[in-house]
Design a protein around this ligand. Structure first.
Ligand code: SF4
Ligand code: ZN
Length: 310
């Protein structure tokens, strides 16, 4: 009979394919939390006194981030708040918002819900009904980043923590490489490195945790989580890449880690050679940082015939 490698308990819940480690529920929770907190220290994601805004969708990844950062909040190392973005995806987002609200309320932290409709006059569903130029995830990503940065800054946050896990990060590496987006590649990492003070630094505490372990963690911890998938997710190129990497991982369980480690090694070279050197300026429409006269959110917003509501 299999036993936990750490405590000898016979009821094991995971055999980590990448390391061969076998763990019971308690040891799995403990080692996972230790790993995330160690990565936070290793990559200097958080400093004492930071105000961290968790981008809280209510999904497993963001709920896990909140659960672990709460530990730092309880120990008075950081202040903690949360922001939920309502993209306006009918039949999907409402449930996530309710769960996000419950999680924030349970631990007594500040929670803001802000919507695409408030800032861009349209829900994501309305944008997609007009058959726009790009796929849903492209609009969603650009608008979500804009709102998150604006709202986190207004709430005096010094960091934004997102729930990106190992699967997300390797997908981003492979996807941007295959699409030839070298400039995007130079920006992938455990934390965003913009020197422009108007950009709140984004951190990814779960970057080295595989998605299946995130799912197992929230179940083991009995956390309230929105498990449904976004109806637009299967439309994306990212989803195709994700399926491909998952398939490869079946016979090559360390492939995601090796992709990440290899990328982290070549990233300084990529950055030195390819990162955009242009100074950031102020978007003439919304005042947010922009590479050109208009930021991407305003370009997109104008293309769907709306303006950002100040
Ligand atoms: Fe937005 Fe795409 Fe994610 Fe859905 S899957 S929430 S559309 S980025
Ligand atoms: Zn703008």
């Amino acid at each position: 009979m299999k036993q936990c490698d750490r405590c000898g308990e016979s009821r094991v819940i995971i055999e980590r394919k990448q390391s061969g480690q076998i763990l019971c529920k308690e040891c799995f929770i403990q080692t996972t939390r230790e790993k995330v907190l160690k990565d936070i220290r290793k990559y200097k994601l958080i400093r004492k006194g930071d105000t961290v805004a968790v981008a809280l969708s209510g999904g497993k990844d963001s709920v896990m981030v909140l659960d672990i950062l709460y530990d730092l909040y309880e120990r008075n190392i950081i202040d903690l708040l949360s922001i939920t973005i309502d993209e306006g995806i009918q039949g999907y987002r409402e449930h996530g918002i309710k769960i996000a609200r419950n999680n924030a309320r349970k631990i007594g932290i500040k929670h803001e819900v802000v919507s695409f409709k408030d800032y861009f006059d349209k829900t994501l569903d309305e944008i997609m009904n007009d058959e726009p130029q790009y796929g849903a995830c492209t609009y969603c990503g650009v608008f979500r980043r804009w709102i998150l940065n604006r709202v986190a800054r207004d709430m005096n946050a010094t960091k934004i923590a997102t729930g990106h896990n190992l699967d997300d990060e390797t997908q981003a590496i492979v996807m941007n490489y295959l699409e030839g987006n070298i400039d995007n590649l130079t920006r992938i990492g455990p934390k965003s490195g913009s020197k422009d003070g108007r950009f709140i630094v984004k951190i990814k505490p779960l970057r080295e945790i595989p998605e299946r372990e995130v799912a197992l963690y929230v179940v083991a911890r009995d956390l309230d989580v929105h498990f449904a998938g976004c109806p637009y997710s299967s439309d994306s190129f990212r989803a195709e890449i994700g399926g491909f990497i998952k398939k490869l991982s079946l016979n090559h369980p360390t492939i995601m880690y090796s992709t990440l480690r290899g990328f982290d090694k070549i990233k300084p070279v990529l950055k030195a050679e390819f990162s955009r050197k242009s100074e950031m300026r102020e978007c003439i429409n919304c005042g947010e940082p922009a590479a050109h006269d208009l930021c991407r959110a305003c370009i997109f917003s104008k293309s769907i015939e709306n303006c950002i509501n100040e």
